[in-house]
Design a protein around this ligand. Structure first.
Ligand code: ATP
Ligand code: MG
Length: 360
């Protein structure tokens, strides 16, 4: 039988700060994985959209840019944000300008403690914290609805309106139950704040109970977001898959990243589960201008990001081996300063490439 090679076209947007450094490390490792695996090929096309482009042209994405991007199978994104561009401009100008038209309504953030790394939780070790946080990525508290009246007056008022549509709540909760079902423990925690917010959050609770009926094999429970922060710290082993609104999951996932040991290891996926548009994969950390150009950025978040991308493309086996190699390297203590080590981006990347040779 003639084996057909699968081919994937990947758009890369390295963008700002340490973005280009970690994306180039990610591409190096991905190329090694596809070479050793031999059953699929990756083709990369770089888009140089960044805060520099914005400062020169007034736009992050040039005209027709999204149409080009749409042709790829996936997008690998570095980081956006510059000291001299307000955060809400860079965020809405590049990341959200891709997430929203591409209907990437599910934001997925896995977290775990890698072998050889330490959590700030005194008693948590490798394996004790292994979560996937599913964040609603299209509406909720970040719908951008609201306004201000009587500017500057003592009676000035601002409203920030949250939008919860049954359509969006149903699709994210269904996605969360499906995510939980695919994991060994089949355990889902639905996080809301329905004691204090009695409209949108009660809708979430009701829809969760309805959808749960289609997933009798998934064990699920409900938590209020405030109590959830305590449970994450005090009883991390009791959790597995977690779903929450745009705002709540934003906060919980930063807590999760810190509990796992460093912001330099965690990935995030912006998924269009309908697969009509390419999904976008990025490390959760920002552009980190304080360490840009020094060769010390931790590339592990981008490696894990690349692994999540391979998973989404259907190359689960290659993704699993890639993560095995990454963890073998952290376990040997070949880690950057943020994880208590002393080596740079290049040493970690080379060590992972070498380890891949053993894993495959
Ligand atoms: P943003 O607004 O884009 O989130 P930020 O400045 O709030 O940016 P980061 O850019 O993520 O946040 O940086 C926060 C801190 O974490 C900085 O001190 C940075 O050096 C450190 N940091 C972030 N990413 C990494 C990484 N990959 N390796 C090492 N340190 C990192
Ligand atoms: Mg930040």
């Amino acid at each position: 039988i003639a084996l057909q090679t699968r081919k994937y076209s990947i758009a890369t947007i390295p963008a700002d700060g340490i973005g280009p450094e970690v994306i180039s490390a990610g591409i190096q490792v991905l190329c090694k994985v596809s070479e050793l695996d031999g059953s699929f090929e990756l083709e990369f096309e770089e888009y140089d959209w960044s805060s520099d482009t914005y400062k020169k042209t007034g736009k992050y994405i040039p005209d027709g840019g999204l149409d080009k991007l749409k042709k790829h199978d996936a997008i690998l994104f570095g980081a956006v944000g510059a000291p001299d561009v307000p955060d809400h401009i860079s965020l809405w100008g590049l990341r959200l300008a891709i997430c929203q038209p591409f209907q990437q309504y599910a934001n997925v953030r896995p977290t775990k403690i890698f072998r050889g790394t330490r959590s700030p939780l005194r008693n948590a070790n490798h394996g004790d914290l292994d979560w996937v946080i599913v964040r609603e990525n299209s509406e909720g508290e970040y719908a951008g609805q609201g306004g201000r009246s009587h500017r500057g007056q003592p009676w000035e008022t601002a409203t920030e309106v949250s939008i919860f549509s049954r359509h969006a709540v149903e699709r994210i909760l269904k996605f969360a139950f499906e995510t939980a079902r695919k994991r060994p423990r089949k355990l889902l925690t639905v996080v809301t704040k329905s004691n204090a917010q009695r409209n949108g959050m009660v809708l979430w609770d009701e829809v969760a109970a309805e959808i749960a009926k289609q997933f009798s094999d998934v064990k699920w429970d409900k938590m209020l977001v405030d109590a959830m922060t305590c449970r994450m710290v005090l009883d991390p082993k009791s959790l597995d898959t977690i779903v929450a609104t745009n705002l709540h999951a934003d906060i919980l996932s930063d807590l999760a990243a810190a509990l796992a040991g460093s912001i330099g290891i965690a990935p995030t996926s912006n998924l269009d589960p309908t697969r009509q548009n390419p999904s976008m994969f990025e490390p959760i950390h920002g552009s980190a201008f304080d360490i840009t150009g020094k060769g010390v950025a931790n590339p592990v978040a981008t490696f894990w990001t690349a692994g999540e991308m391979l998973n989404w493309l259907g190359e689960d086996e290659a993704a699993r081996k890639m993560m095995e190699a990454v963890e073998a390297v952290t376990e040997r203590g070949i880690v950057t300063r943020d994880l208590g080590g002393s080596v740079g981006t290049k040493e970690v990347t080379d060590a992972v490439c070498e380890e891949l040779g053993r894993v495959f």
